[in-house]
Design a protein around this ligand. Structure first.
Ligand code: KG4
Ligand code: ZN
Length: 470
């Protein structure tokens, strides 16, 4: 099931085959947009709407006969209502035949009200009701908490895009001594820092908890003991202050860190690269996203950190390799991993290739030139990421190319993706460096969309350490 936004002549011709009533008139407006419901590559319904300055007008909604009474019309309309809420359009209007009781019931269920009777509105001279749905355009404040790995972070976010304040306590210096994150130490540090970051964020934002609209928290993926500290804090605040609770997928947070830098233009393709993930995610809108490919073994960040250890660099190794690479030459031969037509990645073989290379050079009595190895390694990483992303761009309609996750701080990856986006005439977005590593602002950014969709949790929910995007 994919909902597409494109409305061109090609799409119009396809619609004509599905709905006999559609004609060229429908594409005849600069404000016109469409969402199409697709199942198994077949169009089963669509909604055409005009995006005006402060309101949305529904032009036509259609579901194929054999798919009716399955809530598809409800789903299509709700998608437009969410669009209106998220972009703060003041109202949505539509016309419906006074004889179409099923449609009238559906619109009323969604909150539409009859505001006028339009006499002889249709070609057969029958009447229509004009119906209106008023959208609540109040500012929404979300208090967000992130504690999935080694940063304790609290943020206050307005309307999913404006960061009022963030307070983050990083544990990197503590874990450095151990060469990686030690889960038990991480949990204890979160316990130490959660109240301090909460107080600091509220103070900086000059906001009282009483005035926020919801409490959001990362529920996974991540370290279970670390996640639980944030979750218990969120549950307690929700209970005391009687605020709805929102459980956010950490990876959706990384993607929506982009929205804090400038609103995402859909559909978008996001390459998420972090210490635990390497994924290509197709984002049609905040509620429709699909994983197109992922790593079959190690994540890019994990590969960086392991190669850094071989080069005897401190944890986290990614930034150190990146820095060394800037003064090195590509002089070592390394294979491009999983260089096939799939949209998946693989980095454990590249790590082994680096180990073998270093051992061989040592046996030969050669000194490893770290800068050159860093340069050679980073070039291969960039090439493999660009290759797979280009394949995905050739297969799916995309308007914005995005990066997300800790590794998206990498200077050469950012440059190469910007070039790729320019070549393909796409918008390019990567989070500012402070939103690349884990932070609560990105959690609040995505929580806003969940708030508008009433995606709330009760107090019984638990951490989901292996939460996935499907
Ligand atoms: O997203 P993140 O902060 O935490 C996870 O959820 O994993 O990502 C951390 C990862 C680490 O593996 C770190 O080495 C890598 O991001 N990283 C980098 C760079 N900065 C951070 N990797 C390559 N180049 C960088 N400049
Ligand atoms: Zn992360």
């Amino acid at each position: 099931m994919i909902i597409k936004n494109e409305f061109n002549h090609e799409v119009l011709e396809k619609l004509k085959k599905v709905d006999v009533n559609i004609n060229d008139y429908y594409i005849d407006s600069v404000y016109r947009n469409i969402k199409i419901y697709i199942i198994d590559d077949k169009i089963i319904g669509y909604i055409i709407y005009d995006l005006l300055i402060d309101k949305i007008e529904i032009v036509n909604i259609f579901v194929k006969e054999e798919y009716r009474r399955n809530n598809y019309a409800y789903y299509l309309l709700n998608n437009i209502i969410l669009l209106a809420k998220n972009s703060k359009y003041q109202n949505i209007s539509l016309e419906v035949s006074i004889n179409n009781q099923a449609a009238l019931n559906l619109y009323q269920k969604l909150g539409f009200q009859k505001v006028a009777l339009r006499k002889q509105y249709y070609a057969d001279k029958s009447d229509a009701f004009l119906m209106l749905l008023k959208i609540d355009t109040r500012d929404i404040l979300i208090l967000a908490i992130e504690s999935s790995c080694d940063e304790t972070s609290v943020s206050i976010i307005k309307n999913g895009v404006e960061e009022l304040a963030t307070s983050t306590a990083s544990q990197i210096d503590i874990h450095k001594k151990f060469g990686g994150v030690v889960p038990e130490i991480a949990s204890r540090e979160h316990v130490k820092n959660i109240t301090l970051t909460l107080e600091e964020a509220l103070e900086k934002a000059k906001v009282k908890i009483e005035s926020v609209d919801a409490i959001a928290v990362t529920i996974g993926p991540g370290l279970v003991g670390a996640l639980l500290v944030g979750i218990e804090a969120a549950k307690t605040l929700s209970l005391i202050y009687n605020k709805p609770l929102i459980g956010v997928n950490h990876m959706m947070g990384h993607i929506y860190g982009n929205n804090l830098a400038g609103k995402i233009i859909y559909p978008a393709l996001c390459l998420t690269v972090s210490g635990g993930h390497t994924e290509l995610i197709y984002v049609d809108d905040p509620y429709n996203f699909y994983k197109l490919g992922e790593t079959l073994d190690d994540a890019v960040g994990e590969c960086y950190d392991k190669v850094a250890r071989i080069l005897e660099l401190d944890y986290p190794g990614g930034p150190k390799i990146d820095k060394l690479a800037q003064s090195g030459h590509h002089s070592y031969d390394l294979p491009i991993p999983l260089n096939d037509e799939s949209l998946n990645f693989s980095y454990s073989g590249l790590k082994s290739a680096v180990i073998n290379l270093v051992n061989k050079e040592k046996q030969k009595g050669n000194i490893i030139i770290k800068e050159n190895l860093a340069r050679s390694f980073q070039d291969i990483i960039v090439e493999s990421l660009i290759n797979k992303t280009s394949l995905a761009l050739n297969r799916y309609p995309v308007k914005t190319l995005m990066l997300a996750g800790g590794v998206s701080a990498n200077s050469d990856i950012r440059k190469a993706f910007e070039v790729l986006a320019n070549q393909k005439n796409l918008n390019f977005s990567c989070p500012p460096l402070n939103y690349c590593t884990d932070n609560a602002a990105m959690i609040g950014a995505y929580a806003y969309f969940m708030y508008n969709n009433n995606e709330f949790l009760n107090l019984e929910f638990n951490a989901k350490p292996a939460l996935n995007i499907f």
